[in-house]
Design a protein around this ligand. Structure first.
Ligand SMILES: NC(=O)c1ccc[n+]([C@@H]2O[C@H](COP(=O)([O-])OP(=O)(O)OC[C@H]3O[C@@H](n4cnc5c(N)ncnc54)[C@H](O)[C@@H]3O)[C@@H](O)[C@H]2O)c1
Length: 401
């Protein structure tokens, strides 16, 4: 099959790497830099090795492009573009709209349009389909389906092949073609009765994580106030073989999914007049963690951070990826600066962030570990400052959550 994947980021490139083993894939992206790199066989995404891209290019099965004309003749078009929140923390579907325009302007024969971008129930039926029809002057009747993406960047045990994939078409024909496409690289396809169920399932999966992370973060504060170890308590609870799932406290949630997707669910709930109280409260708790951590650090250091040098270690939102989107490290740094600290950051995986390069490890009065990458040696981190506060629970001997 000739496939187009619109968006060659974490999701789109991961699918391209798998789909191009048995299909001809055009990786369409509007970033010339991304496209040039990919066509030189250089991957910018953790978990997608450059050798995979090189092999796919050499086999003639993969090419990246910014040129809309290259996507014509496709049988399947997958949308994998960002779905962030706007300044009011409401869904921003502008990237999806732009992808719809690209499809409408360049696809002249009926295809299967599959949305993999995360959005609220109704996005496929009430937004994507009408937009593509409008931009193509209602001339072509495409098939439409949804298959929400579950990729966990950097993870190797669960990938595109073995992770169960939900899907649903707007029509039985759309479902059939969607199944045919994903069967070329995924072993476990789960069809649900409507696109809205698939869209909602994706949002609920990430809301489940967001709420449980908030719960354990709140519990970390309670445990500290009670003078007991949150980690030992969680390990103890985790010996129960059923009815408990362990989540770890942290400086908060980051990335493009957990801090964002629950707000998509809250948005549609509000539109229907249903309160999404758990989501709202979980957002608050997670966003308050940086302040709590900085307050703990200040309390341990004579009650003030004014004039003290503090190094934040690990600014990516999770270990072993360079993704800094929505990273809680940013809120930790903002709070430290608000309290008059002189702040630097070190991250062996993130070389440039907010226009600054990573500083060398060490040399500060205080270190706060937000993300502990495997590339960071634990003993070296422990020795990097006279006082080390660990938010990860992985540094034995440090102060921390
Ligand atoms: N990152 C994850 O772990 C993950 C997991 C599951 C689902 N998702 C969802 O998948 C979607 C994509 O996320 P991502 O992390 O891959 O984003 P990303 O930012 O890594 O990549 C998006 C790519 O799309 C390109 N792009 C943006 N608008 C475009 C357009 N109109 N035409 C062509 N290219 C365009 C950008 O240049 C970028 O390269 C989002 O809805 C996200 O919520 C992400």
């Amino acid at each position: 099959m000739k496939i187009t994947i619109i968006g060659q980021g974490y999701v789109g490139l991961t699918i391209a790497a798998f789909a191009s083993k048995s299909n001809q894939v055009i990786g369409f992206d509007n970033s010339q830099k991304v496209v040039d790199q990919l066509n030189h066989g250089i991957s910018h995404i953790e978990g997608v090795e450059s050798t995979l891209i090189k092999t796919a290019i050499d086999s003639g099965n993969y090419r990246a492009s910014t040129n809309g004309a290259d996507i014509s003749g496709s049988e399947v078009v997958v949308i994998a573009v960002p779905t962030p929140l706007n300044k009011e923390r409401k869904p921003d579907l502008s990237y999806i709209e732009s992808a719809c325009k690209t499809i409408a302007e360049n696809i002249t024969e009926p295809v299967v349009v599959i949305n993999e971008s995360t959005s609220f129930p109704g996005t496929l039926r009430d937004y994507i389909k009408p937009l593509i029809e409008k931009y193509s002057d209602y001339k072509i009747e495409h098939l439409y389906a949804i298959s929400p993406e579950r990729v966990d960047p950097g993870r190797t045990d669960w990938d595109q092949k073995n992770t169960p994939r939900l899907f649903a078409g707007l029509t039985p024909e759309a479902s059939k073609k969607t199944k045919e496409f994903y069967s070329t690289f995924c072993d476990n396809l789960v069809e649900v009765s409507s696109p809205e169920v698939a869209e909602a399932a994706k949002l609920f999966e990430n809301t489940f994580r967001q709420v449980n992370i908030a719960l354990v973060n709140e519990f970390a504060e309670i445990a500290h106030a009670l003078g007991i170890s949150v980690h030992e308590t969680l390990e103890a609870a985790n010996t129960k073989p059923y009815g408990f799932m362990k989540f770890n406290p942290s400086a908060g949630v980051g990335g493009h999914c957990i801090p964002v997707d629950p707000s998509y669910l809250a948005h549609v709930a509000a539109a229907k007049g249903v309160p999404a109280t758990f989501i709202e409260r979980a957002n608050e708790v997670n966003l308050e963690m940086p302040k709590y951590i900085v307050a703990r650090v200040a309390a341990d250091n004579g009650g003030t951070l004014t004039g003290k040098s503090v190094q934040v270690i690990g600014v990516a939102y999770k270990p072993n990826v360079a993704d800094t989107r929505e990273t809680p490290a940013e809120l930790v740094i903002d709070e430290l600066k608000r309290q008059g600290a002189k702040v630097s950051w070190h991250d062996p995986v993130v070389s440039i962030w907010q226009g600054e390069t990573s500083s060398a490890l060490g040399g500060s009065d205080i270190a706060i570990v937000v993300t502990l990458h495997d590339a960071l040696d634990k003993q070296t981190v422990l020795a990097s400052a006279p006082y080390v506060f660990d938010t990860t629970g992985k540094l034995k001997g440090a102060k921390g959550l």
